[in-house]
Write a protein that binds this ligand. Structure first.
Ligand code: UDX
Length: 471
């Protein structure tokens, strides 16, 4: 145990013991762990724990998904994940099953990493979590530690603990001790984020659970990762607060970019200058078409909903959400202005569909809203993305999906950059201008130097880096 780990217990208090002395499962270096839910979080967690030497079984109710995983097919694109999964499957440390009961019964520690999507009113839908709690409670065959990974409203771990306990047959005398251990990984860099996390947060109420978690995450503690051991509620709040704050940082710089548009300041210089202040930092100050993905939109809405339920005003979070929606509409307005006011029958090349680079994920991608608005105004959309087109085809018909930047841009009235893929960042602007019908470019990710664009003869706009130059 590192000094930091000990320190964290001293700082965050003394906790109770759920397990009686003779009930404690034996702590072992290599643990038997099940992970319920094989989305980004569950799969990365399972493969990474196996990489550390634990015996891991990943379970999911989706049989097709499990069958794919058993055949070595990863259901989404994540750099490095395929190799990590394969090597641990080959070493017999990682298994996949659709038999959730068997997975739970054959392991001492159960991680729950199921989805908590937004429901109609914005509240996080924790029904999948409740369903797993029921399965665990009803099928408990020994004392276990149950650790929630899914992002949840503050207070949910305690709620799930009560629910799970209500399903345990009192005759068998088994105990489940709970933990909440938030995941901070980003899609596209998930493996690196897991092994080099800025901090490890464990919410629990039981000394035994804290010890178990330290053992499980020993490699992180050995590399001096700051460990925060705290209550369920504080751990849950750390996750919600982190995501809401990052989303707010993005909405802040997006609005500031709009002010730069109106004043002639260059937002990239402004962000650089701000970021040098250590209290602010340079990360998450890149303006764009708005934040998307599976976390920020869902978690800001969930947080706002929880605040409303509790009568706590979260005006900053509310403004963050509102500003994000407006940012997408602002991109549409900029495109409209570039093509002369009407989008009717304008051929638009959309470059990039995923919510950010290095992922095929399109959940809450700004491109969905932007393309929807363009289509509604009569534009013809030719889109290209290196990875996300298959996913987008399933939800957005009425778009011509093209197999290259060139194919999407050929004879287009305007090219619109929506995702910061390296391939799009590096595209040959001299070549592009020759294949477009008109030399018009909307750089909604600020990938190109405005001076270069104007020297090449583009009519262009961006997010707060400088006014369009009409050749
Ligand atoms: C996020 C959090 O970063 C991660 O800690 C959490 O576990 C899950 O949610 P992710 O959704 O994978 O991760 O993507 P992230 O890299 O955070 O980007 C989110 C969105 O913000 C993207 O749409 C991205 O393009 C946008 N963004 C990010 C900006 O517009 N500007 C920035 O400066 C940074």
């Amino acid at each position: 145990m590192s000094f930091r780990a000990i320190l964290s217990v001293l700082i965050f208090g003394v906790f109770s013991v759920t397990f009686a002395e003779d009930q404690m499962p034996v702590l072992q270096k290599s643990k038997k762990i099940s992970v319920i839910g094989t989305g980004y979080v569950g799969l990365v967690l399972g493969a990474s724990l196996a990489e550390w030497g634990h015996e891991v079984v990943c379970a999911d109710i989706l049989q097709d998904k499990i069958q794919d995983l058993q055949n070595g097919v990863i259901p989404f694109f994540e750099p490095g994940l395929n190799a990590l999964v394969q090597s641990n499957v080959d070493a017999n440390k990682l298994m996949f099953t659709s038999n959730i009961i068997e997975a739970i019964q054959s392991t001492d520690i159960v991680f729950i990493a199921v989805g908590t999507p937004s429901s109609q009113n914005g509240a996080a839908d924790i029904s999948a979590l409740e369903a797993v709690a029921k399965v665990i409670g009803e099928n408990l065959n020994g004392n276990k530690v149950v650790c929630i990974k899914s992002t949840i409203p503050i207070g949910t771990t305690r709620k799930i603990q009560k629910l799970l306990s209500s399903y345990i047959d009192p005759k068998n005398g088994y105990v489940c001790a709970m933990a909440f251990n938030p995941e901070f990984l980003r899609e596209g860099t998930a493996i690196d984020d897991f092994f080099k996390t800025d901090r490890l947060v464990v919410g629990a109420e039981d000394v035994y659970v804290f010890n178990m978690m330290r053992e499980m995450f020993k490699p992180l503690i050995d590399q001096n990762t700051t460990l925060i051991e705290t209550s369920y509620e504080s751990a849950e709040a750390i996750k919600y607060a982190s995501n809401a704050f990052l989303a707010t940082k993005i909405s802040f710089i997006n609005e500031f970019a709009n002010l730069c548009d109106a004043t002639g300041a260059d937002v990239s210089v402004v962000a650089y200058g701000m970021g040098l202040d250590k209290r602010i930092g340079p990360a998450f100050l890149n303006p764009g078409p708005g934040y998307g993905g599976s976390c920020f939109p869902k978690d800001t809405l969930g947080l706002l909903h929880q605040g409303k339920e509790l009568g706590v005003a979260l005006k900053v979070v509310e403004a963050t959400i509102e500003a994000n929606g407006e940012q997408m509409t602002r991109v549409v307005s900029k495109i409209k202005a570039l093509v002369g006011g009407s989008l009717s029958n304008k051929s638009i090349a959309i470059l990039g569909l995923s919510f950010k680079a290095n992922t095929d994920d399109i959940r809450c991608s700004p491109s969905i809203s932007i393309i929807g608005q363009l289509l509604a105004e009569g534009a013809i959309i030719n889109a290209y993305d290196p990875m996300a087109m298959n996913n987008m085809k399933k939800i957005l018909p009425g778009v011509n999906y093209c197999e290259s930047i060139d194919a999407a841009s050929y004879n287009a009235d305007v090219a619109v950059v929506l995702t910061d893929w390296e391939e799009i960042r590096e595209l040959d602007l001299t070549h592009l201008i020759h294949i477009l019908k008109k030399p018009i470019l909307m750089d909604a990710r600020n990938l190109y130097n405005p001076l270069t664009l104007s020297q090449l003869g583009y009519k262009f706009d961006n997010m707060g880096r400088g006014k369009s130059v009409v050749p």
